[in-house]
Design a protein around this ligand. Structure first.
Ligand SMILES: Nc1ncnc2c1ncn2[C@@H]1O[C@H](COP(=O)(O)OP(=O)(O)O)[C@@H](O)[C@H]1O
Ligand SMILES: [Mg+2]
Length: 489
């Protein structure tokens, strides 16, 4: 009797959704991997889900970024999707470069003018800038400062010939935060303003983002922001910015711009995703109630805009995002409190919980919110996220070449990566013999495809390559001059 019931319970609640919900039209869905129990090839599509947005959670090294890359590549094949990755830790830049995408490196030569309108009305951009200041600074506690700041931003647009409530001409040069500061300073000079201390403080707050050397957002943009949503694969590398506040400002700005672009491009009849916005480890930006990430989650579906949020800490992702995404990928989770949070929000069984805690790299539990409430579990286990055959990446390590004190506040890359064929071609180009080249590769193989830069330089010298060619080789790889000088000394 109890046997019978147990069997029936199993039949009405199998451990995976039915295969027809997991296997979608291969021309309109993204293959992810096989399910663990019935080995069903699972391909992801949002056609029968509440929305296209995805949350990816798991400890560091569990495979979050790998999954995101796999998904973006396939989305671009299948739907021709564009992607813009807000890359806090600089984890995507090499991959994006290798994939022929665009890397915007803030703090390393690229600038974004947060006053760029990209087709937006000045009053709307003004509100957005003030909203970013509210998230990142204490401005909301000082209504008078908030008011004069907002007024000065709007006035700067007027001074550049814009009409606050009208959409601007494309390509027309606009003001920067430095113009706003200058306006406020004029007020100080005039000396007629009632609350001079408020004025000083408002100036001081804006200056944090406009100081020489830290004016990453207060200069003419080096990229056309308005085009970023339609430029294939784009990574906004924020890793070289001095602190979290700068990174968050960039991310908030990009989200605001993406939201505007999404709305202005309007409803789309495409089946797939037009643009995917990725926030990887974007703590403050994914957690704040005022972040436009939430707007994208609310409205994205009708515009074919998808948001992917990846985080090692699920409680850092705003509830409005976490409880509304159509799909959650749970990779390995270690901390009990994160597991408790996930289990109570997604309501999975103790069996799934145990499995999640045992996951290896790339193994995942997938929870999907189907549009119709059906009688099957919404969560299932994936044997492994099935990636493209990874490129053979070789890494040249330059750590330790410059001491901490020599580095000071400078940001230099710690490693440089090259695909095997690219590295081989370079070595051939500099006339290293086939035998010497094999020596370099086999030595790198033994060391996890890595090599310290001084070892490489020694091997190149032994191979008879001239000092000037070695310097060229390192320069070509992008190694900083100061580092090269030291290695060659
Ligand atoms: N599904 C997978 N198959 C093969 N290798 C993987 C897989 N997922 C991750 N890896 C590898 O594991 C390492 C850590 O993955 P990563 O995506 O950077 O983790 P996270 O972003 O969660 O910190 C990387 O070297 C990556 O190439
Ligand atoms: Mg990662």
């Amino acid at each position: 009797m109890s046997n019978e019931i147990a069997k029936r319970a199993f039949l009405s609640r199998p451990p995976e959704p039915p295969a027809n919900m997991l296997m979608n039209d291969p021309l309109q869905a993204i293959y992810i991997g096989s399910t663990k129990i019935f080995e069903v090839p699972f391909s992801w599509s949002f056609s029968n889900l509440t929305n296209p947005h995805i949350a990816v959670v798991g400890i560091t090294g569990s495979g979050k970024s790998y999954f995101v890359k796999t998904l973006l590549v396939r989305a671009s094949y299948i739907w021709n999707s564009n992607a813009i990755i807000v890359d806090f830790a600089g984890e995507y830049k090499n991959w994006v470069k290798q994939s022929g995408g665009i890397v915007v490196a803030l703090g390393k030569g690229d600038y974004i003018n947060i006053m760029d309108l990209s087709g937006m009305k000045p009053i709307d951009r003004t509100k957005q800038i003030v909203s970013s200041l509210e998230i990142l600074t204490d401005i909301s506690s000082f209504p008078e400062q908030r008011r004069i700041t907002e007024e000065a931003i709007e006035q700067s647009y007027v001074n550049y010939g814009f009409v606050p409530s009208e959409r601007p001409q494309m390509g027309k040069e606009g003001p920067t935060l430095k113009d706003v500061i200058a306006l406020l300073q004029e007020k100080v000079q005039e000396g007629t303003y009632e609350y001079p201390a408020e004025l000083e403080n408002a100036i001081y707050r804006l200056r944090q983002f406009a100081r020489e050397g830290e004016d990453f957002f207060a200069r003419k943009s080096t990229v056309d922001i308005g085009k970023l949503a339609n430029s294939g694969l784009v990574a906004l590398d924020l890793s070289a910015l001095p602190d979290e506040r700068f990174r968050a400002l960039a991310a908030l700005f990009i989200l605001q711009t993406m939201k505007e672009i999404m709305r202005s491009e309007g409803w789309s009849e495409l089946k797939g995703l037009k643009t995917i916005v990725v926030l990887d480890e974007a703590w403050k930006v994914a957690s704040d109630d005022r972040s436009e990430a939430i707007t994208i989650v609310r409205e994205g579906r009708k515009y074919q805009f998808g948001l992917i949020v990846a985080s090692q800490n699920p409680t850092d992702v705003n509830e409005a995002i976490f409880s509304n995404v159509g799909t959650t990928f749970i990779l390995r989770i270690k901390f009990e409190k994160f597991m408790n949070y996930l289990q109570s929000s997604l309501n999975f069984s103790p069996f799934i919980r145990t499995e999640i805690s045992k996951f290896g790299v790339g193994q995942a539990a997938v929870d999907m919110a189907f549009q119709t409430s059906l009688r099957f579990p919404e969560i299932f286990l994936l044997e492994k996220v099935y990636g493209e055959e990874p490129l053979s990446i070789y890494t040249i390590d330059v750590t330790g070449v410059l001491t901490e004190s020599e580095l000071g506040s400078q940001v230099v890359d710690k490693e440089y990566q090259m695909e095997k064929e690219e590295l081989r071609n370079k070595l051939v180009e500099y006339n290293l013999t086939a035998e010497e080249i094999e020596k370099v590769f086999s030595s790198m193989e033994q060391n996890g495809r890595r090599m310290k830069v001084d070892t490489l330089v020694r091997m190149l010298k032994e191979g008879g390559i001239s000092v000037s060619n070695i310097v060229m080789f390192l320069k070509n790889m992008g190694v900083e001059d100061q580092v090269i000088t030291r290695i060659m000394a």
